[in-house]
Design a protein around this ligand. Sequence first.
Ligand code: AGP
Length: 606
Amino acid sequence: MCGIIGFTGNIDAKEVLLQGLKALEYRGYDSAGISFFTDDKITTVKAVGKVSDLEGKAALFSNTSTKCGIGHTRWATHGGVTETNCHPHKSGRVTLIHNGIIENYKELAEELAEKGKQPISQTDTEIAAMVIDDCYKSNPLKAIRKAVKKLQGAYAFLIMFEDHPGSIYAIRNGSPLVATATKEGSVIASDMVALIKYSKDYFVLPEHHIAQLTSKSIKITDLDQNEVEPDMLHVNWDMAAARKGGYDYFMLKEIHEQPEALRNTISPRIKNNMPDFAADAIPDSLFSDLNRIIITACGTAMHAGLIGKNMIETLTRVPVSVDIASEFRYQNPILDKRTLVITISQSGETADTLAALRLARENGARTLSIVNVKGSSIARESEYVLYTHAGPEIAVASTKAYTVQLAVMYLIAFRFAFVKGTISNNEIVKLTKELEKIPGFVNEILSCDTSIEPISKKLLKTESLFFIGRGLDYALSCEGSIKLKEVSYIHSEAYAAGELKHGTISLITDNVPVIALATQENVFAKMISNIREVRSRGAMVIMIAGADAQVDASLCDHLITLPPIDDAFAPFGAAIILQYIAYYTAIARGLNVDQPRNLAKSVTVE
Ligand code: AGP
């Protein structure tokens, strides 16, 4: 969601801010703005649309020297997409940017109105700026400490005070902020992608702590004014990982990065042909003590959980349920110390997943998270973490983060089965060796794009389509459907193949596309029957099947087959095919696949 960047140092701040905002574009936004100090005055430039529009407007100030400023990309929540609602917001001597939602902004606005103070925008953020300004006499730290006592909700703020040129103040509750001090100056942002240009070493600003950035250093104090040393973190990827590197889109680049991401995620966790979490500091007792697992996540991460459920239940016979994180808290979940709650999140910042994790902890459940972003909120708040090593995922549509989440779910299932003794060690070794081959298998399948692209072109004019499958293939259908919807804007639904005839088959008429996944031998015959049902009602069928599948030519319009692989691992191959279908369909429709409309990469509001 909203992207944040702040810089104070000895190089041109405007340039740092604009470059930073470009790096943050992937988070999803609809307007952008920057504010910077010129002598003792703060100048603000805003634009609805892209950072390039803002850049055009900022060019008017190209001769203006500035060494300190803040920049923001806004994903509208309160108030429409207008320049007035765009950040930074100014109130008195305070200029501020914000990621999050101030829940009590209406009450605060009423209090301010009683003092004769009226906002000019419709945003909760301007109210926050007004509250801070209202608390401000001459000491920024005092004003921030006083103001945050009044604010309810999630926030990451960067604040400049007009009478403190060269300084940026930051505080956060929920929404992320990472920072680093370098020889060029101090820089702070909503995520590492904007910081990597300056350093691979950084820290996450602790919640409810204030950072004061000057050109020379960053000082952190808690709300009791104690100085705090931050925990430094290091990322092992570089600028190149955050660039397109010759690909037209990040989504395509990230699809192609899957073999490496999978290798980096799987290999360090295999010792003597067995899954091993010793380096992740996860004890076997975590698995031996539990009698139930709940997996909770959103979107694609939740779909990885559906596959994980199947693997864990098959191998361990321990019941697993998968809950949408935004629903979890409202279902009055049954939680106790023998329940393991697994949260899955690429960003580690998804508000609903974080809230589900907190609820699980409050109720005494054990918690394990599968997260891609180091030091993110979900990673920090979980009892145990298994990092996926996908590197930065920039495209809004999750691809490599999904397959590495699957890999970690498989490793968990194998280790859990070992601890429980539900299958023999020989079987675990066999499964582990198969998993080790997955990066190579995925690499092989990547070359199928040449056959998928022409099939995707057939979907160009489609208004609505269906994905069907059974078992693991049903879980994959859910993922195929969300991927296609988010980047191509074609309506689609995922259906358990056997369920279609209980209502939805009424929508299958001539040439309605049905993407049928039939990679699992145990349900293959039943899938064939279901495909015949849609075929006989005129559906245009695209079928994805295993290498050995015997498929009658009349059954489908297009057949895509996987290279030979054990059925249990077929999801890794089918996922790539589904990602390609989504990507090439969106390309055929002339869309910007990396930044689909209305979507944000990291959903930090509930
Ligand atoms: C994936 O293609 C989506 N953009 C989305 O569903 C995403 O997976 C979801 O928002 C969860 O994000 P997270 O993994 O960062 O928690």
